[in-house]
Design a protein around this ligand. Structure first.
Ligand SMILES: *[C@@H]1O[C@H](CO)[C@@H](O)[C@H](O)[C@H]1NC(C)=O
Ligand SMILES: *[C@@H]1O[C@H](CO)[C@@H](O)[C@H](O)[C@H]1NC(C)=O
Ligand SMILES: CC(=O)N[C@H]1CO[C@H](CO)[C@@H](O)[C@@H]1O
Length: 384
């Protein structure tokens, strides 16, 4: 931990100050140049369209064909150098593979969502689309996406998930933990005044058990449910604690980022599903976006670090599953062969039993014939 603190204070902070100075200098320089250009040249319409977000599309050596340019008006566009900010066009942390453990309860599982992937699908889709390999890890599989591993239990309170994580986290060593914990403490009205202590211990544990992890701590979603749990006020109280805890984690220079779920762009009662506790489908997408923003912030702060190598855990969670179809086929074949073998053994046993019976009959007939030979009876039919 000390090394990490030193690292942050020596690298990120110093370089942030240097970067800010450079930025100020750069901004004023750009301003002067722009003024100079505007005084000497007429405006090039291609340039005004060609800057900004689309600068990463440079398939034609800095030019872009008219067919793909969204505002296309004929002729190749010249592209500006653009503003390549990690998290928008470029992968985070130079394309660092992210081994992610989502720890939480039913909302983390994506319960009540249409595909049971919850916020994990939008998070995964986004990160892989900008070039960061993703592997979700955890002891269970929930949801219909391929890379669906997770550490989440419906109804689990914070300290329950702490104990669960003790059986998975040290063996999977994620470098990113998405924690959404506390809703069930609220629903079960479990010692709310001391919630922050349990949460602090949990975070402490995560950062110890997987020392290269960054932890994204989500605040709780609002709830308007009143019949069963009536936990709205408790959620407000716990969120207050979570935000204060975050200030403490910042003071302690922990690799922790807050994902504020209840901000102006966050989850509001109209984004909840019919049970008034879990998000609806749009709500899960919003959670995903908020978590992605927190991950981008973690990268900007220099928190993201390579995951510790663990045997059997690949960088890409989909690649890890690519043999699944073969395994299913091989297992079906094994079962089929076992069934055939059983059938065959039963047939052989049946024949053996028949033979025993048959031979016993013959013996009986032979004995009878021996007796009949003495009394001139004809031989039994069917026997030559
Ligand atoms: C790309 O453009 C630059 C500058 O116009 C030119 O010097 C270079 O040869 C071009 N490269 C290719 C592969 O066309
Ligand atoms: C997952 O389930 C949803 C809802 O049934 C469906 O629309 C989607 O295509 C499924 N995705 C996969 C990969 O099976
Ligand atoms: C430079 C370029 O890609 N020009 C294309 C613009 O669109 C027309 C119609 O699709 C093409 O024929 C040009 O080649």
């Amino acid at each position: 931990m000390k090394a990490f603190i030193d690292n942050v204070s020596q690298t990120s902070y110093v370089s942030a100050i240097v970067a800010r100075k450079r930025l100020l200098f750069g901004v004023s320089l750009v301003f002067l140049i722009l003024i100079a250009i505007s005084l000497t040249e007429t405006e090039d319409p291609n340039w005004t369209h060609g800057s900004g977000r689309f600068s990463h599309i440079t398939a034609h050596n800095g030019t872009l064909g008219n067919s793909t340019f969204p505002y296309g008006s004929g002729g190749p566009m010249r592209m500006g150098a653009g503003y390549q900010r990690p998290g928008y066009e470029r992968p985070l942390a130079n394309g660092l593979p992210l081994r992610i453990m989502a720890i939480g309860a039913s909302t983390t599982r994506g319960d009540e969502g249409f595909d049971n992937n919850g916020f994990r699908r939008p998070v995964r889709d986004y990160l892989t689309s900008i070039g960061n390999p993703v592997n979700f890890v955890g002891p269970h599989r929930v949801g219909n996406m391929t890379d669906n591993d997770i550490e989440a239990w419906p109804g689990a309170r914070t300290e329950v998930m702490h104990h669960r994580a003790e059986h998975s986290l040290p063996f999977m060593k994620p470098n990113l933990v998405l924690a959404n914990l506390g809703s069930n403490d609220c629903f079960q009205n479990f010692d709310i005044p001391n919630f922050y202590k349990r949460y602090y211990r949990f975070v402490e544990y995560v950062l110890e058990a997987s020392p290269r992890a960054t932890l994204i701590m989500g605040t709780l979603l609002p709830t308007t449910e009143t019949k069963r749990f009536n936990a709205g006020a408790r959620v407000v109280e716990v969120n207050k604690q979570l935000r204060r805890l975050y200030k403490i984690f910042q003071k302690e220079k922990r690799p922790v980022v807050l994902a504020e779920m209840m901000g102006p762009d966050g989850i509001h009662p109209e984004n909840l599903g019919p049970d008034l506790m879990h998000p609806n489908d749009a709500g899960y997408e919003m959670m995903g976006r908020i978590i992605v923003q927190a991950i981008i912030e973690a990268d900007a702060k220099g928190f993201l670090r390579p995951a510790e190598p663990v045997y059997g855990i690949l960088q890409d969670g989909n690649l890890e599953r690519q043999d699944d179809a073969y395994k299913a086929w091989a297992e079906a074949k094994r079962l089929e062969e076992a069934a055939t073998k059983e059938e065959e053994e039963a047939a052989v046993a049946g024949m053996e039993a028949e033979l025993k019976k048959y031979m016993a009959e013959i013996q009986a007939h032979e004995q009878q014939s021996a007796l009949a030979a003495r009394s001139d009876d004809p031989p039994p039919p069917g026997l030559a």
